[in-house]
Design a protein around this ligand. Structure first.
Ligand code: GZL
Length: 307
């Protein structure tokens, strides 16, 4: 692998000679599927070689994949850490092997930020705050308690931790907002459905469900309907991602608001890799562009929605 990312001008490599190892989280959600497709398409268009692995949401599988990329001597390693903790050892092995690492989508909690050259992804705290702000605005004229069921993402994952923090940050403005139950649905539709079925039994008077991603929100819709209630009306639903299935449910009125989290990181990752291999410096933290959608905006956006 080239001595790159150290600022010294790396030997110019033809794209076809550049090999990148990507260790993906899994295929747990519509967001992940879109993210995988976008990364694979971007690398195919770049002419660079991409080695790709799916860890089925298990950290030990991601660590194994990263170790195999180190052994193969790839030029750059990129991955989306399924959880924040437990990466220092394998990232140190990559650093000792002179292989630069790029974080995409999710963050690690390593204190030593020399272990990766760049982190490309959303501001999850801001996403939680945007969801919270919609709830505060939606119920500004209500004095009765607003009872919230929170469907958390994968335990220990940066988006789960930060979205919960951002949301709590905003709704603490008024004690009428009460998170009456909060449990992980592991970012999956099945998880969202199972957890919502259980939590609705113990909280039949819930006002709103805040799901950390569309897939769990879509599972919650099934559970709300199974309980004989109308999602989006009897119980409002707010989610994060804005993937096609979520936007369809939003447009149909079963979800009330979605905060976008863009999975389209492929082109930006290709650009970072090219700079790193060429020995150019890259920004440590690169944020993705994203917005929010109401029901009307979803209806308007759906025909041209890329994912
Ligand atoms: C967020 C990403 C999350 C999505 C989920 O960037 O890590 O993981 O919100 C996905 O849909 O499973």
């Amino acid at each position: 692998s080239t001595a790159s990312g150290t600022g010294s001008a790396g030997a110019a490599k033809a794209p076809g000679d550049i090999v990148v190892g990507f260790a993906q989280v899994g295929a747990e959600s519509g967001w992940r599927t879109a993210n995988t497709k976008d990364i694979q398409d971007a690398f195919a268009a770049s002419g660079m070689q991409l080695k790709f692995s799916d860890a089925q949401q298990k950290q030990e599988n991601q660590i194994k994949a990263i170790r195999s990329y180190i052994t193969q001597g790839v030029d750059v390693i990129a991955f989306s850490p399924v959880v924040e903790t437990g990466w220092d050892a394998v990232l140190k092995e990559a650093k000792d092997a002179g292989i630069p690492v790029v974080l995409t989508d999710r963050a690690v909690d390593s204190k030593d930020d020399s272990l990766y050259v760049s982190f490309l992804g959303s501001d999850f705290i801001k996403e939680g705050q945007k969801a919270g702000q919609w709830v505060v605005d939606e119920y500004k004229n209500q004095t009765d308690p607003v009872k919230i069921i929170q469907l958390e993402g994968t335990t220990g994952a940066a988006p789960a931790i930060d979205r919960a923090e951002g949301f709590a940050d905003v709704i603490k403005a008024d004690p009428k907002f009460q998170i009456v139950a909060s449990q992980t649905g592991d970012f999956t539709r099945a998880g969202g459905k199972q957890v919502t079925e259980a939590l609705l039994k113990s909280n039949p008077d819930a006002t709103l469900i805040f799901a950390h991603n569309d897939d769990m929100g879509l599972g919650a819709i099934e559970a709300v309907e199974a309980a004989g209630k109308v999602p989006g009306k009897d119980i409002k639903i707010v989610t994060i991602d804005a993937v096609k299935d979520g936007m369809k449910a939003l447009s149909d009125g079963k979800i009330n608001f979605i905060v976008e989290c863009s999975p389209l990181l492929g082109k930006q990752l290709v650009d970072i890799v090219k700079k790193v291999v060429a020995g150019e410096s890259v920004e440590k933290r690169i944020l993705t562009e994203e917005t929010t959608f109401t029901q009307e905006q979803a209806t308007a956006a759906l025909p041209t929605r890329q994912y």
